[in-house]
Design a protein around this ligand. Sequence first.
Ligand code: SF4
Length: 199
Amino acid sequence: MTITYELGNALYINITNRCSNRCSFCVRNNSQGVAAGIQLWLEREPAVAEVLADIRKRDINQYKEFVFCGYGEPMMRAFDVLEISRQLKDEFDKPVRINTNGHANLICGQDITPRLAGLIDAVSISMNAKNSQEYQQLCLPDYDEAAYPALLDFAGKCRQYVPEVTLSVVDVMPPADIAACRAIAEEIGVNFRVRQFQT
Ligand code: SF4
């Protein structure tokens, strides 16, 4: 099973296939469990020690950063993400990024953003829509109407503790919607990125 994989000059860490969304465009809808040409379906969730052992097998010098991403929402295991990051920070002098749906505080039932301080260097949050109603239609979140305001709130709170916070959308959105999302990101005071849509 693929716990870590290379993409560009980063080492990606795949720790769960669970997610609090069911986005219509998600790579998890690919029944082969393949994304970016890599089999990412996990037979089971790897333990923290197993993840670290998999990372240590690599030549870490060749990577610019570690990225929690994969075939599900990494913050479904938020405390494990933080524990792994703590050990990575101790062992390697590399930035750590989380690619997330921004639901972490809902998933954990508490504001966990202060715990990211000193462990996480960048958070990239998929925004997906310009308002809660469209987000619910597209992403079918477990948290219904609470999800979208919570992800924006998460982005704003992360600003205090994480050096680089980005809200992102995909380039297939209508330009007017992208502009509306950009305006929201600016209002919150975080970066905004339009990323390429990948199937
Ligand atoms: S948030 Fe990401 S992992 Fe979760 S369903 Fe949507 S695209 Fe898939």
